[in-house]
Design a protein around this ligand. Structure first.
Ligand SMILES: Cc1cc2nc3c(=O)[nH]c(=O)nc-3n(C[C@H](O)[C@H](O)[C@H](O)COP(=O)(O)OP(=O)(O)OC[C@H]3O[C@@H](n4cnc5c(N)ncnc54)[C@H](O)[C@@H]3O)c2cc1C
Length: 544
């Protein structure tokens, strides 16, 4: 058994994203662009952490302290605030405004699965709601302090369960749920291996959270989504431990592993995850390409997916996202002129940026890159070289820091995602764009709606929308709610999934009947009733 690298990331900003030492300034040209397109704004301020009002904590049974130990039950105001919300735009608005209607009565941090089982037994007996908490990066209300029918609620923080065991022969790693992305990756890198799971929330999200939400990383086209990497899991439920066999495959009935993946803490707490790992890449090559428009870019990515030529990272921005990302990155003056001239020579004045990345052995990277390049060219895309690819790679985790800057300035910036088959993708794209555009206009805050395609498959792909608008001071949550509802209704009407990788949480739960049907919902509810008869696990999430 090995100890993972103890990387001590600073505690994240309490009302923003990520490392408190890291801030992103907007280049002047970008600020001018936003002001001219979206209008003047009022800066959004934040209260201080100690000004956030919380309901008074209700006392918990002493048996919980006995099950873990005094130091592992946190009651301080800061700890309760930090476990009250995830990191969606409305979460951050509520935190900045110091407006929290609910908070956990305590944060409980078991040190191992046996302690965790004791805590769940006490909570089930006493009727105390339990919200499993990994990195708290949910953007769908997954960690909100909802007690359901119960009066008391604890946040069950899994950070102390951090086992690492590596089977070098089978190329699998068994990991504790509390390891953050960089800690898990460092632990396998020490053996020359990689997990290859790099969501944008990588810095703070955890292994348990990745499994509980079916997370997809930026390189999912090559390495696979997190759920595709998982070979086995253990979960402690109020009714006992559920453990699946760590074999490469089994034909023994429906997959229990699949029931645990994506269960979002409503059945129990995941205490162990075994994932496939592979040799750390020897070579990496990232490039930019330019498609003439979004439709032809989609066709080119489909040809890659169906021609066994998908890069490990592939990401196609629509026209608006291409324009805005060049604008926000401050690509102005000489750089923009050079890019414009370069594209002009290739008869591309406008277009859609495609980022492609290949990783692995040197020979494999070269061979796969040549194959992808051939298909991209055949699809009409023009090569931009490595500079845009490297720039994307350098800034791949920066987007959420920029959101904080935009919020400071008084802009709303939010994202949502979906997926569909190739034949229905364009209808879905148009429907969601139109719904967001109309809802923004109806709010009196016309905005920028942009999209990229990522996570490509042989049969379809996911679409990731970002919308930026002037926020309505004092009515930010209502404004967000109107936009989110419009987009979700458009997704459901177009037959897309309500979430490709952000999960369901509270925000998407009302759309679960459309996703799985009434019988499907009843099957999930029956499973919950069997594993969590007292209904203490993460009430209100996943199941409407
Ligand atoms: C800026 C930003 C960028 C993001 N980018 C991506 C992305 O690229 N790809 C992607 O897939 N997602 C992304 N997300 C969403 C989020 O990071 C993922 O859903 C992530 O997997 C959550 O991990 P976590 O450890 O933070 O879980 P938490 O937020 O703590 O919890 C998420 C849900 O899982 C449950 N849970 C957590 N741990 C356990 C456990 N051990 N057992 C049972 N249930 C548990 C919680 O109760 C909750 O319902 C992003 C979020 C943000 C804020």
């Amino acid at each position: 058994m090995l100890e993972p690298t103890q990387r001590t990331a600073r505690p994240p900003k309490w009302a923003g994203w990520g490392d408190p030492e890291k801030r992103m300034a907007l280049p002047t040209a970008a600020l001018e662009m936003l002001r001219s397109e979206l209008g003047q704004t009022e800066p959004m301020r934040s209260v201080e952490l100690d000004e956030v009002g919380l309901p008074a904590p209700r006392p918990l049974p002493g048996a919980i302290v006995d099950a873990v130990n005094q130091a592992s039950v946190l009651l301080a105001h800061e700890q309760r605030v930090r476990r009250s919300a995830g990191r969606s735009y409305p979460d951050l608005v509520r935190l900045r405004g110091g407006r929290l209607a609910a908070a956990p009565d305590a944060v409980v941090m078991p040190g191992n699965p046996a302690q965790l089982a004791d805590v769940l037994e006490i909570c089930a007996r006493e009727g105390i709601a339990v919200v499993p908490f990994g990195g708290g990066t949910s953007v769908v209300g997954g960690v909100d302090a909802v007690a359901g029918p119960h009066e008391r609620l604890i946040s069950l923080d899994l950070r102390r369960i951090r086992r690492v065991e590596i089977d070098r022969v089978s190329l699998v790693a068994t990991l504790g749920p509390g390891l953050r992305g960089p800690e898990a990756e460092d632990a396998v890198r020490a053996h020359g291996l990689t997990i290859g799971h790099f969501p944008q929330s990588f810095e703070y999200a955890t292994v348990g959270g990745f499994a509980a939400t079916r997370s997809a990383g930026q390189a999912s086209s090559g390495y696979g989504r997190f759920d595709e990497l998982v070979t086995a899991l253990a979960m402690v439920t109020p009714a006992g431990e559920l453990r699946t066999l760590a074999t490469p495959h089994t034909a023994a009935g429906p997959s229990l592993r699949e029931l645990v993946l994506g269960s979002e803490g409503v059945l129990g707490a995941i205490t162990e995850v075994t994932v496939r790992v592979r040799p750390a890449p020897e070579a990496r090559r990232y490039e930019g390409w330019m498609a003439s428009d979004f439709a032809s870019g989609c066709d080119a990515v489909r040809s890659l997916a169906q021609g066994e030529a998908l890069p490990d990272v592939v990401r196609l921005s629509d026209e608006t996202e291409t324009r805005v990302s060049f604008g926000l990155s401050g690509t102005s003056g000489l750089r923009r002129l050079l890019l414009g001239t370069y594209l002009g020579v290739r008869r591309r004045r406008r277009g859609c940026l495609v980022i492609c990345g290949w990783e692995g052995g040197r020979e494999s990277v070269e061979r796969r890159r040549a194959l992808s390049a051939r298909l991209l060219r055949r699809g009409g895309a023009a090569a931009l070289g490595e500079a845009p690819g490297r720039a994307w790679e350098r800034g791949r985790f920066d987007g959420p820091y920029l959101r904080d800057t935009l919020m400071d300035l008084g802009y709303m910036a939010e994202t949502l995602e979906t997926a569909h088959s190739w034949s229905r993708l364009d209808d879905l794209y148009r429907a969601v764009r139109a719904a967001l555009g109309s809802a923004l206009a109806a709010q009196g805050t016309p905005g920028i709606v942009m999209c990229h395609l990522s996570h490509a498959y042989r049969d379809g792909a996911s679409l990731y929308f970002t919308f930026i608008a002037r926020s309505r001071p004092g009515a930010e949550i209502e404004q967000w709610h109107a936009l989110k509802t419009a987009a979700c209704e458009a997704i459901v009407a177009a037959g897309g999934t309500i979430t490709h990788h952000h999960a369901v949480g509270l925000d998407h739960a009302p759309y679960m009947p459309a996703e799985v049907g009434q019988t499907g919902l009843e099957a999930l509810r029956a499973l919950k009733e069997r594993l969590d008869p007292a209904g203490i696990m993460n009430p209100g999430k996943l199941l409407p």
